[in-house]
Design a protein around this ligand. Structure first.
Ligand code: AMP
Length: 145
């Protein structure tokens, strides 16, 4: 399965914030959309960074509540790993496992086309396993040939 197949079913919406957004506002955005990370983009189409709930937790542990008034520019990850839509789901799984992150933006030519989260990966794996199970059950019981 390719990443473009996943985006076709989940859509290409990506929640972004600008680098000057405060951490307090970022938390409101994460809560409002029930997500764990947002892409940081000054113009709304490119990727200038990514910031996840883990970055906020680390910064809070290191510097305390004053972090809430800082901007996301102070806590984001600038070296973002991205994939192109034609990448295989297995490549994204490998990337997430190797680098221990749960979000991968989908980008072509510097333009954001979607985001894949660990939740999307798990959902698609379960769907694939269910389909395979149903095929095999049908084969064994003779409902399918
Ligand atoms: P996550 O597991 O996605 O919440 O992120 C864990 C850490 O990895 C945080 O410091 C994020 O800023 C960073 N991170 C998340 N996604 C990516 C990515 N695609 N490329 C690089 N860093 C990332």
């Amino acid at each position: 399965m390719r990443i473009s197949d996943i985006l076709r079913s989940k859509g290409d919406q990506v929640v972004t914030v600008t680098p000057d957004t405060t951490v307090a506002r970022l938390l409101a955005v994460l809560a409002e959309h029930r997500i764990g990370a947002v892409v940081v983009s000054a113009g709304g189409t490119g990727v200038d960074g990514i910031v996840s709930e883990r970055d906020v937790v680390r910064a809070l542990a290191a510097r305390g509540a004053a972090v809430l008034a800082e901007t996301v520019a102070a806590i984001l990850t600038a070296d973002v790993r991205t994939v192109e839509p034609h990448a295989e789901l297995a490549d994204v799984e490998r990337l997430m496992t190797e680098h221990r992150f749960r979000h991968v933006p989908v980008v072509t030519g510097g333009v954001l086309h979607g985001i894949v989260s660990i939740g999307d990966v798990v959902k698609n794996r379960i769907d694939e396993l269910e389909a395979e199970k149903s095929e095999l059950t049908g084969y064994i019981t003779g409902d399918r040939f």
